[in-house]
Design a protein. Structure first.
Length: 151
């Protein structure tokens, strides 16, 4: 967990972080996709705590919903202790991520960090003028980091 917190603080220097976690607790297309992946990987439930070293690929670990939910609960608790605001969506987190960004943009400059093109579409259509929210899509490998504006 300390690795996640260090990553956030190192890469996004601010005193006002908010992390939003996907939920998928209700029946939805994404919940069904998670179940399909779980059936393909069939990872066992791994009981995690703050000292657990996970030695399998993240995709395999997260394919078991119970393991993922336990990790999410630990991360949220640890981040809140370090004054990082957290939210957990009960469904697809994209609307919650965008709405949290828009709400915070009324008082401070905001940079939304995400991978999903849906975030960019929601951000551009839902952000009221004259507010501006930047979206940062981190590059991986040879791909460059992209910054988009809601204006």
């Amino acid at each position: 967990m300390h690795t996640y917190i260090r990553y956030i603080r190192k890469n996004y220097p601010s005193q006002n972080h908010t992390v939003v976690f996907d939920g998928y607790f209700l029946m939805s297309t994404k919940a069904e996709e998670q179940k399909r992946r779980y059936r393909l990987k069939k990872s066992v439930y791994i009981i995690v705590n703050l000292d657990t070293v996970i030695c399998i690929k993240p995709e395999a670990f997260l394919s078991n919903p119970r393991s993922g939910h336990r990790l999410m609960a630990l991360l949220m608790s640890g981040m809140q202790e370090k004054d990082i605001s957290t939210h957990q969506s009960e469904q697809d987190a994209d609307p919650l991520i965008v709405n949290a960004s828009i709400d915070k943009s009324a008082f401070n400059p905001v940079a939304l960090v995400g991978e999903d093109v849906d975030l960019a579409a929601l951000l551009m259509t839902c952000t009221p003028s004259p507010r501006d929210v930047l979206m940062i899509k981190s590059g991986r490998g040879k791909a460059k980091t992209i910054t988009l504006s809601s204006r």
